[in-house]
Each structure stands twice: as C-alpha cells, then as structure tokens.
Design a protein. Sequence first.
Length: 549
Amino acid sequence: MIQENYLIQYYQEIENGNIIVGKELKDQLDFLISELSNPKFVFDPLPGLARIRFIETFCKHTKSPFNGHPFLLELWEKALLQTAYGFKYNETGLRRFNEVVLLVARKNGKTTFIAGIDLAEFFLSSGGTDIVCASNTNDQASILFEEINNMREGSKTLRNEKYSKKNIFYIYSPKSKNKIKKLSAQSRNKDGFNIEVGCIDEVHEMTDSKVYDAIKQSQSTKIEPLIFIITTEGVVTQGFLDSKLTYCRKLIKKEIEDEHILPWLYTQDSVDEIYQDKKTWQKSNPSLGTVKLPSYLEDIMNKSRNDHSMKVTMLCKDFNIKQTDQGAWLEFKDVNNTETYTMKSISDSYAIGGVDLSNTTDLTVALLLIVKGGKKYVHAQYFMPSEVLEKRKEEDNAPYDIWLSQGLITLSPGSQNDFSLVTNWFIKMIRENGIRPLWIGYDPWNSLYWVKEMEEAGFILEKVRQGIYSLSEPMKQLEADLKNKVVNYNNNPMMKWNLANTQAKVDINGNIQPSKLGSKFKRIDGAVALIIAYAVLNRYKSEYEGMIR
C-alpha cells in the first residue's frame, strides 16, 4: 500500500510556484529530498502519518475563531511531522532526527501545533513516557500546558478517565503511566526528569540554555529521544536562540555536519521584499490566509512606516527578521531635512525649551522649539569645554572646529561646561530675537545650581527624567514629524548628526527611549534635548496653542 509522502507533496507545491518559501528553507528541503535516495537512510511515512491522523481525528481547536473545529493540519505541518519521524537509519531502523528547530512567525498556529504533537505522543507512545512542555517562564509554559489540556478536554475520547487525567502537577494516563509536565527556567528543580519528548516554546526569550540542557541531559538513556524547539525571532542578543540558529544555519550551508538536527526555518530573504511584494509574506508565514489574516499584516505594515517600535516588533515577530532591543531609530532620509529659516522669520515668538546638560563627557545642548504655520522650528546651541575640543574631534571623528567657526558651539573655559552660558543663551534669545520660552524641559540629574540660576532669571523649568515612560511618546511623535518633514532644524549639521546617531531602545510593550548607537563617542545630545522639548509640549499643548493663537 502506497502511503502519502507529504514532504514530496510540499516540495512539489514549492517547485510549481504554488507555495513560496525563503532561501533557507528551500535549501534545506532540497537537501532533504536528495536524502530520500541516500542508502544510509530509509524514509518511513507511517510514524508521521500516525501522528497526523491522531491530531486530525481527535484534536480540536480551543481558541476563537476556530474553537471546537477539528484540527486539520496545514501541508507544511504534515511535511514537517513526517520528515521528523520518517527518516531512519537503514542499518538499525532507529529514527535519524532527535531535535527539530522550527522558526515561524507569530499567529501561524505554532502553540496549537505543539499541543497536538504532545497529545499525540502522550496517547501513541509506549508506557512510562514523560513528555515536557517547556518555555522560558512559568507563565509561558502554563499557556502551552493549558492548551494541551483544553485540547484533551475538548475530545470525548481523549478526556475519558481510563486514558487520561489531570491534577495540579501534570496530565497522566492511569493505563500507560505516560505523563505531560511543565518546565521553565524559573522551575526550582530542573533535574530528576526522565523525558522522552520535550517541546520548548518561545525560546527567543531565553538568555541561556538551562531549560534545553535539563531536557537534553534527562534523555541520555533514551534510544530515540526527541526535542521540538518552536519559536519566533526575538530581541535577546547572544541568547540561546541566537546560538541555536547560528548552528542551524551552518548546517543548512553545509559548513558543519549533524545528522540528528532538523532545521525548518521560515524566514524572509530581505527587509525590502516585505514592503515591495505581499506575496513574499508567506516565506515567514506559512499559514497566511488560513490561520493568519493578510489584513492584519497590512494594518501593522502601514503603522510601522511611522512608528519605530511597531516596525521592530513587526519585523521580528511577523517576519522573523532578527532585531535587537536597540536598533537604528531613523534612516538618514528621514533625518535629512535641508530646509532653512532666518532668525527674523521665527523672532517675536513663544517657544518651548529643551536642555540636555553634561559636565564633561557629552555635549550640552539648549534649544528652542517654535510651532508656527504647521511647522516646528528648532533653534539649537551646543556647549563644550574648550580643553577637550581637539580630543573630541579625534575621538568622535567630528568636525567640531568647523562647527565652532559656524557659531553652532559655545566653548566654556577649562575642562568642564559652565552651565551659566546656557542661562545666558536663553536670555540672549529673548533680548535679541524676542523668542520667549514659556517652559523649559530638563533632566534633573546634576542640574541643581543651574535650575536655581534659571529660576532666579525668571524662567519656568519642567523636570523630564530620561526614562522609557517619560520619553517614549514624545520620541514617537518626533519620529513621525521628522518623517513627514514637519521639523525644520535649519539644516544644523550637529542636530542632523545627533539624530542620525540615535538608537531606539525598545521594551516588550513597544515603548522606546533614545540610546547611543553602539559607541560612547556617538553623540545624541541634540536628539535628547529635542525629545525633552516634545515632552514639555505634550504637557502644555493646549496652553501653548492658546498662547500662539
């Protein structure tokens, strides 16, 4: 009897152009198809087929909008299962692969897929089998465990107490003594397990390999152990996932040999193709159109064009393109604005002030933000100690001497900034140009005597701490304004340089804050001062708009 070979079917659909995959998966599939004729191995479709039939017969979806529907596997899922279980050594009949690494974008049904695999193992394995669902945190491991149990309870056959029960620790079978347990990096005791099959979800958050090592070590006595590692990309650098994917990519490129690991990576070939051709979205989203909605991707794609944190999250989670928690904030085309203005055109105006103070290491910046005629005009002055000018010129590889000659920098005598010069600059702007700052934002660090001096001069100061919650929203607003060419900073080369140097540090909630681009010599002080001014503008937006009317 000829059995279905879903690996060949999947490969043919790709060859015929009906399914699009990225180069990494295509290279891997080319290799697997060639291995079907390798005399060292035999391909047995039955073990994978047994699990496919079990899942499609007994397992049901537990989440809206598919709740209660039979779990019908996608062709890619069938191909993966049959490949993982089907390749065996010709001489011994033992399974070839003992580790599967699946990288797939979010919302492609991966947690449901793992749950189905675990249940199939639980009911089809021989007695005394321990199955572990693992993740980085207890909460994430519990999500997977509950999905498994909900799927079990959704089937009259599977929830029959003769075959399976659940207590607070695990799902177990009174008949076969099989168990499904939870494990995470937060588990107190990671030893003492006797694991046959381990499924690790969302490994992108793991900074180390402790969970993986615990599972691997517990399988040392097993003849045919198996670990499924299923994840999306992440922002943790040099963590477990980076190490695992580096190894997998060397395997795919044939730089190393390892017959026991099966990489199955759904990745894009470039960032540009994502924005240029919707058809390529399938490369990282194999369930697009059946599970994941194209309309969802279109929506976040449009939002990402003007929102850095959205773009980082989208590229990482929806297209499996590695991002860091600190990425370049803006492209140069977004920063670059060659528009200029004259001082006369912005004179006799109310403004918002922004200040970033530094004693010695960084630049000190004072600026005025003026909203006029739908534009935001920025007039900035930089301050630095005279004794460090030449040193900074070399360290930063920046033409400070030229900028000094252009009047963009004010030098303080000696090796430290004199903040009184900042006070004098604001007073000068009022006396000579009639530009009065209604409020001036500043970071309170190291500013005590300057604040007293400014207040004595009649200025109203506003504290803006340089934290992710206080700077995120104004930074996003500045980002949108720069991209829309609303901000005219008079083509100031120092401001342009600072903006281009700025990174956006992103937290898990999509909040951002400015950070330096990989080097302590990349100055971002002008960008910080401008974001601080935006934060103050947000606080007093209605009052300021009332004044300028």
